[in-house]
Ligand binder design. Structure first.
Ligand SMILES: Nc1ncnc2c1ncn2[C@@H]1O[C@H](COP(=O)(O)OP(=O)(O)OP(=O)(O)O)[C@@H](O)[C@H]1O
Length: 865
């Protein structure tokens, strides 16, 4: 027997090291920190700080330096946390291989593999290291990632297989010859790690936002410089304003905060068994509008049991559940005898087996084949093992939909009935075939997966080379009906998807009647719903797209190519498509879909590598949970964008008024105050908004594909929240000046008056932002409907914000540096009024929007469908 003993393997592992690609040397930490201080904006700020010192404004210089340092460290911390989260997620990806240890096949982690190990590979498996094939069975290998060659390469004994390639077809036994850094893949990986992946759509969008805001900031800064010079301000002050405006508006912390939000979303998803393979998938998931799901394992439990046999001699009901080998049989003696032959043949043409574990009997390998093994036990207390006597095996693939073996000169075959029954035409009488068709319709209509089983005695000495030579003139042994219970979580998940405006279709390789019966059982489809068959799909893409674009369609007996076409047609109709797949040939469809979804527990390595999302529990309901998290994360990013930009309006307004008045109206907020608002009081609430838990309602509205910074967000910030905040700020400021006797045109007020007025403006902005933080928690409902304690982080952040405010007002040296003093009582009153003022404006805006969208909804409902 090939392979190592556990002890030998352990020894070799110490000697050879784990089977992992050598880690690309990570960028040293100091370089990553340095990068945060040397990018474009940071450089601009350095220059600004230097100029401030040269111009004799050391406070400003120091303040700008503080901004650079705080922002740089903050960005670094966010990036590091996001990266750490992504690495943790990668480590969760299942990567196991079937190796022979102590003469028995066992599943081990790929990293434990050593040279000398024997491995068993099946179609869809990733070749785990460089290997030499020992035994192969119709084995072809997809080497495109190494050679670029798209056609799979046939492999025979003695051929070499390279780590990282995939078994496209058949199966094989192979000896590991090189692992980890000694594989061919490691050589190539070392060459290619230099190339960076292209930026994702979200990243591009964010960069665009940052660039636009930065340009606006610079342009405004320049404009203020000119205006101030023209109005006779000293160049020193003009310069100070210009720097203040630019620095205040540059959204430096934005990119890392978004990355962190996505990473936290991804982590939350992982906690609920949904593993994204790259962070951006979190956001795409949130805008999913259509889900194509397969059936077995995703909607059902993939715990099959053969419950009914049909043979030409009669039917046999098999009672017994799961993989338990004991059962009661109910049928005539002739039918039971025929059933035994059938079960033996079906088992011989399968490799999945039942094994006894501590928790009871379980499947090893294909669960359906394990059910056939259990059936053989149930029918006759186990069948004599034939594995050793199998001379040829043509493995199952999704196109042939059958598997056959030659044992002792006899061909035994099992497969999808539509493919098998025609092969029986010359070996079985016509009436028998007709009966079989009737039995098939009956079993499938009950939601059972049906397999046909047939045999043929081959002429003595015949050694067929290709399956077509042997698979003809078959004698039909009968049909097996297999039951696979639906997952209990599915009906509720489907209802949630519907509530969220997401359409769901079942796209399966199974029989139309079986698929339709299951679809009805789980509530995907009403009786009489649309059931399409792969070979009957309309040839025109637009017609097909229109046909598919509804909730609850079943597409049965699809080939991998048809699955890919289904994906394309739905995308052409503008859908953001999530598609599940677990098979060897599902890779292209998963890649085509916006979100490819693979199964962690049962899927193939090929599917997992092509996917954006891996379901660790294979459960359909997990996709809906992931969509919910995706929507929540997207909403969070919009929340803190809204919050952040509102503040910018309030910061900019004093400068605009000052400039418009030609310098005669005093400046309400100085540059240092703006910096303290950005870095001191705003930062924590913005972060807390970014970690808002998913609201109960995220799945109660239709999906939207929109830009992060779209019209609605702009209208809310620049039309409502920003102006209201600025209004209270300027009102507080002006009132204090007025009460102190200052009148427009009357020159500049005294320094004490100005300090108290400016302190009032500062307080107004901080308190209004406090209210704003709560307003930003939802785009649709007022904060008092959300529950005050549902985001405890925000309460802490707001507490810290108030403490910071107190420090900036009452700690003498800080207040003096900022040029402000605590507000007087009337000032405080205006500041306090800003809280209900902002909330009321936000409430009014939300109510109007709600009424409008309800009216639009009614109109859409009344209009043509
Ligand atoms: N191991 C096998 N041996 C023989 N026939 C099989 C085997 N597995 C599946 N079949 C047949 O091929 C058909 C398609 O199976 P396939 O596994 O491609 O479907 P699928 O798309 O994975 O289905 P689902 O959506 O239910 O997961 C099955 O309905 C069955 O009739």
């Amino acid at each position: 027997m090939l392979g190592l003993s556990t002890d030998q393997a352990r020894e070799q592992l110490v000697r050879q090291g784990p089977n992992l690609l050598p880690r690309v040397r990570p960028v040293p930490r100091w370089r990553r920190v340095a990068a945060e201080f040397t990018h474009f904006f940071a450089l601009m700020l350095w220059v600004a700080a230097a100029l401030a010192f040269v111009a004799g404004m050391p406070e400003l210089g120091v303040a700008v330096l503080v901004v650079v340092v705080v922002n740089g460290l903050f960005s670094y911390a966010q990036e590091a946390r996001a990266e750490h989260a992504a690495a943790t997620l990668r480590a969760l990806l299942p990567s196991q291989v079937l190796a022979v240890r102590d003469g028995r096949p066992v599943k081990i982690h790929v990293s434990e593999l050593v040279a000398g190990d024997a491995v068993l590979l099946a179609a869809g498996d990733r070749v785990p290291a460089d290997v030499r094939f020992v035994r192969t069975n119709s084995c072809t290998v997809d080497e495109s990632m190494l050679s670029g060659e798209s056609e799979p390469v046939a492999k025979g004994p003695e051929d070499t297989g390279f780590g990282g390639t995939f078994l496209a077809n058949g199966d094989a036994e192979a000896l590991v010859i090189a692992t980890g850094g000694r594989t061919r893949l490691a050589d190539i990986a070392a060459l290619t790690t230099q190339t960076k992946p292209p930026p994702s759509p979200l990243n591009r969008e964010l960069r665009r936002i940052v660039r636009v805001i930065a340009l606006v900031a610079l342009a405004l800064g320049g404009l203020f410089f000119l205006v101030s010079l023209l109005t006779g301000t000293s160049w020193r002050d003009a310069f100070l304003f210009a720097i203040g405006v630019s620095v205040a508006l540059i959204p430096e912390g934005l990119l890392p905060t978004v990355t962190l939000s996505l990473a936290m979303g991804a982590q939350r998803m992982a906690g609920r068994n949904a593993l994204v393979r790259h962070l951006q998938a979190v956001e795409t998931l949130g805008s999913t509008t259509f889900i194509c799901t397969d059936k077995t394992g995703t909607l059902t439990q993939n715990r099959m049991s053969a419950v009914e046999l049909w043979t030409p001699q009669g039917s046999v009901a098999v009672e017994g559940t799961g993989y338990e080998p004991m059962a009661e049989l109910d049928g005539s003696p002739a039918a039971v005898a025929a059933g035994r032959r059938l079960a033996r043949a079906a088992r011989a043409a399968s490799r999945g087996r039942i094994v006894q574990r501590e928790q009871g009997w379980a499947a090893e390998g294909d669960p359906m084949e394990a059910a056939l093994d259990a059936l053989a036990h149930r029918m006759s207390g186990g069948a004599a093992p034939v594995e050793e006597r199998v001379s040829v095996r043509w493995a199952f693939d999704a196109v042939r939909r059958r598997e056959s073996v030659v044992v002792d000169g006899e061909l035994l075959l099992k497969g999808a009935p539509e493919g098998v029954l025609p092969l029986c035409a010359d070996g079985t009488d016509e009436a028998g075939i007709e009966d079989a068709h009737r039995a098939l319709a009956d079993l499938a209509a009950r939601g059972l997966r049906v397999l046909a089983v047939a045999r043929r005695g081959l002429p003595p000495g015949a050694v067929p080379e290709r399956p077509e030579e042997a698979e003809a003139r078959l004698e039909l042994l009968g049909l097996v009906g297999l039951h696979d219970p639906p997952r209990p979580s599915v009906p509720e998940a489907l209802a949630k998807a519907r509530g969220a405006g997401i359409k769901v279709a079942m796209v399966t390789g199974d029989h139309p009647a079986t698929a339709a019966a299951i679809a009805r059982e789980i509530g995907l489809q009403e009786p009489g719903g649309l059931v399409l068959e792969g070979h009957g799909l309309p040839a025109d893409d637009q017609v097909l797209g229109a046909l598919l674009d509804r909730d609850g369609v079943v597409v049965s007996r699809v080939s991998p190519e048809q699955k890919l076409r289904v994906a394309r047609c739905l995308q052409q109709r503008g859908h953001v498509l999530a598609m599940t797949g677990d098979g060897v040939n599902d890779g292209p469809a998963l890649q085509e879909a916006d979100i490819g979804v693979a199964m962690g527990a049962s899927g193939t390595d090929v599917a997992r590598e092509a996917a954006d999302l891996v379901l660790l529990d294979d459960d359909f309901a997990t996709i809906i949970t992931a969509v919910e998290q995706g929507r929540a994360t997207y909403a969070n990013i919009r929340r803190f964008l809204t919050y952040h930009l509102t503040d910018n309006v309030a910061e900019l307004t004093p400068f605009v008024i000052w400039a418009l008045s030609g310098g005669s109206f005093p400046l309400a907020l100085g540059v240092l105050q703006i910096l303290f608002l950005d870095i001191g009081t705003d930062l924590l609430p913005a972060l807390a908004l970014g970690s808002e838990p998913p609201g109960k309602r995220v799945l109660n509205r239709p999906p939207e594909r929109r830009h992060l910074m779209d019209g609605a967000l702009m209208r809310r910030v620049f039309g409502v929240l920003g102006p209201v905040e600025a209004l209270f700020e300027m009102a507080g400021f002006t009132m204090l000046l007025w009460l102190a006797g200052w009148r427009p045109g009357g020159g500049l007020p005294g320094p004490e008056v100005l300090a108290a007025a400016s302190g009032t403006a500062f307080t107004v902005v901080v308190l209004a932002q406090l209210a704003n933080a709560f307003a930003c928690r939802s785009e649709t409902v007022p904060p008092w409907q959300l529950g005050w304690r549902s985001n405890p982080l925000l309460l802490w952040a707001v507490g810290a914000e108030l403490l910071a405010l107190a420090a900036f007002l009452f700690v003498e040296p800080i207040a003096r540096m900022l040029g402000q003093a605590p507000p007087t009582l009337p000032g405080l009153l205006v500041a306090l009024l800003a809280i209900p003022g902002l909330l009321a404006a936000d409430y009014a805006y939300k109510s109007v929007r709600h009424r409008r969208s309800a009216a639009a909804g009614r109109q859409a409902a009344a209009g043509p469908r």
